[in-house]
Design a protein around this ligand. Structure first.
Ligand code: SAM
Length: 222
């Protein structure tokens, strides 16, 4: 059953990877991970014909599995090295977590919606992915396992929480979509030393909001 899934439509994934290269994704680790993971695993069967369209798709609880380009772009911005310790905030379907894991890093991921947490946890176990998944408000990070080489926020934030910056190693990188509830700018932060950070801004994206203590207060989608 699992092997059947992993054999699903490799040609469509090859085409997707070719398209991602054309759109500027060059990190071979990331492209190889996208080539390996069937996106069908994370979506409803009714959406299988759209699995390799380069677009976000709905998952349960009015959340989304991000567009493959977005997943690839954010992961590439992290400049991951083998063995890095990476925190993802917003597990959702688990797709991004598995892409990270295939980039040979140790993945910690936090999800606030119990049903999504349970579903992703079960998927990681079923496919033997060694991913540490936690249920809770990730807007405060995951201090018990800090410091991290990289932090990836996969929901929109009004600003980058200081708590997250403090959980980065020196030279650690954080990538987050920062903006209002409608539109965000992909933002990369590097922790230069204890006090200093550098920030670069990239293209605009649309994410569901990060709900929590250091995110948005109201979930107007629930
Ligand atoms: N990375 C996901 C994937 O590959 O499917 C996509 C994530 S989806 C765009 C954003 C996720 O962030 C949702 O599952 C949402 O429930 C979760 N989220 C929102 N606020 C959160 C918070 N404070 N802590 C943890 N997860 C949160």
């Amino acid at each position: 059953m699992i092997n059947d899934f992993l054999r699903l439509d490799p040609a469509a994934r090859e085409k997707l990877v070719k398209d991602l290269r054309k759109k500027g994704i060059f990190d071979e680790k990331v492209l190889n991970a996208i080539l390996q993971i069937p996106r069908e695993l994370f979506i409803d069967q009714s959406l299988f014909d759209k699995a390799y369209d380069d677009m976000a798709l709905p998952i349960d609880f009015k959340q989304t599995i991000s567009q493959p380009y977005t997943v690839a772009f954010m992961t590439q911005l992290l400049e991951l090295k083998n063995g890095d310790k990476v925190l993802e905030i917003g597990t959702g379907s688990g797709y991004q977590s598995m892409i990270l894991s295939l980039c040979n890093v140790e993945v910690f991921t936090v999800e606030r919606i119990p049903q999504l947490f349970n579903k992703s946890k079960a998927l990681f176990e079923m496919l033997n992915f060694d991913i540490h998944i936690k249920l809770g408000d990730g807007s405060m990070g995951l201090p018990e396992f800090m410091p991290y080489d990289a932090i990836l926020v996969t929901a929109g934030v009004p600003s980058i929480p200081n708590e997250l910056v403090k959980q980065l190693k020196i030279n650690g990188k954080l990538v987050a979509p920062v903006g209002d509830l409608k539109l965000q700018t992909m933002t990369k932060l590097i922790r230069i030393d204890e006090e200093k950070i550098s920030i670069s801004e990239h293209s605009k994206f649309r994410f569901v909001p990060l709900i929590g203590d250091k995110g948005w207060e109201i979930d107007d989608r629930e």
